[in-house]
Design a protein around this ligand. Sequence first.
Ligand code: TXA
Ligand code: MG
Length: 332
Amino acid sequence: MNADIVAASQELKEGGVVVLPTETVYGLAANALDREAVRKIFAIKGRPLNNPLILHVLDSSWLERYSHVKKYSIRAKKITGAFWPGPITIILPKKAVIPDIVTASFSTVAIRSPDHPIFRAVLLASNLPLAAPSANPFGYVSPTCIGQVKATFGDRVKVMLDGGECAVGLESTILDITGTVPKILRPGAITADAISKVLEEDVVDYDVQIVSENPNAPGQLKQHYCTNTRLVLFEHGNRDLSQYFAGKTAIVFVQRPKNFDGIAKNLQLPAEAILWFSDDGDLNAVAKNLFSTLQRLDSAPYDTILCERPPREEIGIAIDDRLSRAAAKFEQ
Ligand code: TXA
Ligand code: MG
């Protein structure tokens, strides 16, 4: 077996925390059955203990070990059959074997099976369920390459495995299947429409209003994924942008502007201050480049990052969700 996989697996068995790549974002993983190991994740991230973690498993055969899946097995089978391994997390009633610290004392547990060969090899080698939040300091932009993680946690985590750039770039869709109607708690690459087709029933789509007004719903904070630099959003297609300039400004378009020279001249910005998430506007590419672009601009000397909102369709819904929550900090 690959030495890195052995090292990660060993570290996890000894109660350590390791950084692992997933197809969505990099994760900070620990043995979910080991309270003290999980506590270290919260400490390293600076994450409040009332925000539960996702349990990562090899495949759907592990669901029975950690959740009371029986009552929901028809839905669970359909979802895992269609999308696992992949970027969707399901909420199920938890079994007592999962320590309360993982689920922030909620009676449910969030479970997903990540689609990355390195993460999967570690699950297989350790035979442990792994609790893993995104590997960023609490509230900051999630990391989609190992460089970003090393820059923040390099001195605190011994084992960090490089799995290249994350293919999806946005955290998993979270779906609660325990209610009368299945409900999306966090939008992601797998959309409500796709889920509804597979389940052959209606699905309540994500609504930031409802979630942020319900203090009993864990996690989905109105402000999250924030850059340190002021982030301001503008509507898709708006090109009347100089009104938003404040100090040294950079602009990120969804797609490479067709008349780039004209736009640069008009805005009187240097070429390097005009960026785009995707050459051709493909929303999957936008998602993939979203966090890395924001982080790159955040560490450059800008006062304002102006960012175009994507069309709210397909994965654009999840992209817009992350951008809106990142910009919320600067709206007061
Ligand atoms: O793609 C992903 O899901 C990534 C990778 C690393 O797998 N993980 C991730 O974890 O995004 P984290 O901790 O950054 O976000 C987990 C979200 C939080 O918003 C948390 O509140 C929610 O999942 N969550 C966890 N357990 C829950 C539960 N029992 N009920 C509702 N939401 C829950
Ligand atoms: Mg996170």
